[in-house]
Design a protein around this ligand. Sequence first.
Ligand SMILES: [Mn+2]
Length: 432
Amino acid sequence: MQIVIPHKNVDFDALASLCAASMLYGEAKAVLPTSLNPNVRAFLSLHKDVFPFEALKNIDLESVERLIVVDANRWNRLEAIGALSKRTDLDIHLWDHHPDPADINASFVRREPMGAATTLLVESLVEKRFELSPIHATLFLTGIYEDTGHLTFPSTTPRDLRAAAALLEMHADLKVIQAILRPTYGPRQKEILFTLLAAPKRIRFKGYQLGMGRMDIEGHVPGLAEVVSMYRHIINVDAAFVIFRDIKNNCCMVIGRSGADSLDVGAVMRLLGGGGHAGAGSAMVKSASPEGVETWLMEAIGDNRLLPIQISDLMSFPVESVPPDMSMREVEAVLDRLGYSGVVVMEGEKLVGIISRRDLSKVRDEGRWRSPVKAFMSRNVITLTPRDSVAQAMRTLVKHDIGRLPVVENGRVIGIVSRSDAMIYYYDLIPE
Ligand SMILES: [Mn+2]
């Protein structure tokens, strides 16, 4: 017998992968774990008859000859089939997209960093010219959309979009997908969100704005990830982490959400024994106090291995400057020569102002062109330190609508970050 199995706490990528693999392998039985995400459970209660899934308890594990694992690569992510991990005669096939180190040894491996595991399987189905019903196409596209945040997470690849396009051509229903993926947000979730918002904890740490939260819950509450995501958006921080202490099960569930260009939440959660992607992750910590978990979490966030690119990596230097007595005419010539849109004004080693092309446009008559730059420069110079994060620099540029930020250390200007430096970082361009 052949069986396909996805990770437990089945999400739509896992469910779609399970279904796609059972089509691809023909003979294989699709084994549905008992722990399902709430939206998957709701979907299945409507579509029970369409998908012939088997429960693990109806499978005779002894007679399994081939195990096909989808959307997972570690034994502890699978439901209660530990016995199979000890078999040496078992043929294992693995289809996965997670970056975590694997501990399942398979004879056939299709493991690629992809937005969704479903993409890998859909590619195979398309290649083998399978005809998909609109219901199947809809489920598969739901899987891809959920794991890629509707094709917006940084983990999304061109291949995810190609697979999505193929599924849309096979009449996947976007209206149905929207309804399926609508987050679980009811009175209970609202109460949790409002409790968190009543005392939002914002901290500055390693150049990040972090939102932290702690709360007690009783037993499993669905939709917490969505609540944390809303919390992050509302209090407007780079990343938000909430520790939910489950009093009933004596454990802490840590859920993190981060803006795409800042902290890698998945990497932080892996240090806590959990996992996830750059923008979203979680970890379950058993029998620990929320205080202890928070300390551990801060250590993980502060882990030097996770340090993102800093201002000192991004800034330009040496910094060109003009003296305060230079005439506006000469300043214009300097800007033309350098091809800059602004330059700092220094008196010796001291930063006294900043002048931009925008200020030049205010100069009307010839007399004023002969005036010194100090009459026109802005004296209120907003600066960065080399240890600031790029996210912070971006925020400052946008907030003050300015083109450049000098980087100051011990009173000396050691570099400058311009809007174009920030754009280079934002779009992952290679600086020349
Ligand atoms: Mn997945």
